[in-house]
Design a protein around this ligand. Structure first.
Ligand SMILES: C[S@@+](CC[C@H](N)C(=O)[O-])C[C@H]1O[C@@H](n2cnc3c(N)ncnc32)[C@H](O)[C@@H]1O
Length: 191
């Protein structure tokens, strides 16, 4: 596969290989057939997730940038996943609201990896769109500042929101990055 992210001017802010493997494993062991991703970039995490889907599985990935979406579609086609993955372009909150209003079929797994300031607004949409027993995953939720008691950040607000959500049971797992550690918040919707 010709992998093109930096060649296309995209920042290398995709999940690490370790993070991709964790996503693949979680999609696989949860038997996910329908996956929703928020934040496509060049399609790297979408490829890890989509490769865990069964033959008739589907992944919908939301991306604000038309250029990123076009690079991702190219990479997904190169990976033989064009028939399983649909990239929808627009601000994620608007796309999620439209999906909810249109009565989109429930997802088995939602992966949040877009603008960190938006995470808390994406959470209620993800809870509405995931089935009972389904997973909501959020990336970059254990940056250094999360361990500092004072201060505010999108990741801190997101972790506080999942911890307080009565429909969710959650934990954070550390994930290896290019430099050091970050984390993935894993929540299951009680059913
Ligand atoms: C960290 S990157 C995603 C990385 C990707 N999940 C991967 O690991 O390969 C974040 C992406 O979210 C997109 N994004 C940022 N704000 C957004 C928004 N409001 N709605 C949809 N996508 C957004 C960015 O353009 C960027 O492509």
């Amino acid at each position: 596969m010709s992998w093109s992210v930096q060649q296309e001017g995209l920042r290398p802010i995709n999940v690490s290989a370790t993070g991709g493997q964790l996503l693949h494993l979680l999609a696989w062991i949860s038997g996910a057939r329908r996956i929703l991703e928020i934040g496509t970039l060049g399609g790297y995490s979408a490829i890890w997730l989509a490769r865990a889907l069964p033959a008739d599985g589907k992944l919908i990935s939301l991306e604000i940038s038309e250029h990123h979406a076009s690079v991702a579609r190219h990479n997904l086609a190169q990976a033989g996943l064009a028939n399983k993955v649909e990239v929808r372009v627009g601000p994620a909150l608007a796309t999620l609201t439209a999906m909810e209003e249109a009565g989109e079929a429930p997802f088995d797994l939602v992966f949040i990896d877009a603008d960190k300031e938006g995470y808390s607004a994406y959470l209620p949409k993800a809870v509405a769109l995931v089935r009972a027993g389904g997973l909501i995953l959020a990336d970059n939720t254990l940056p250094d500042e999360v361990l500092v008691p004072t201060g505010d950040s999108g990741a801190k607000r997101y972790n506080a929101a999942v911890a307080a959500h009565s429909a969710l049971l959650s934990t954070i797992v550390p994930v290896l990055r290019r430099q050091g550690l970050d984390g993935l918040t894993i929540s299951i919707k009680r059913g």
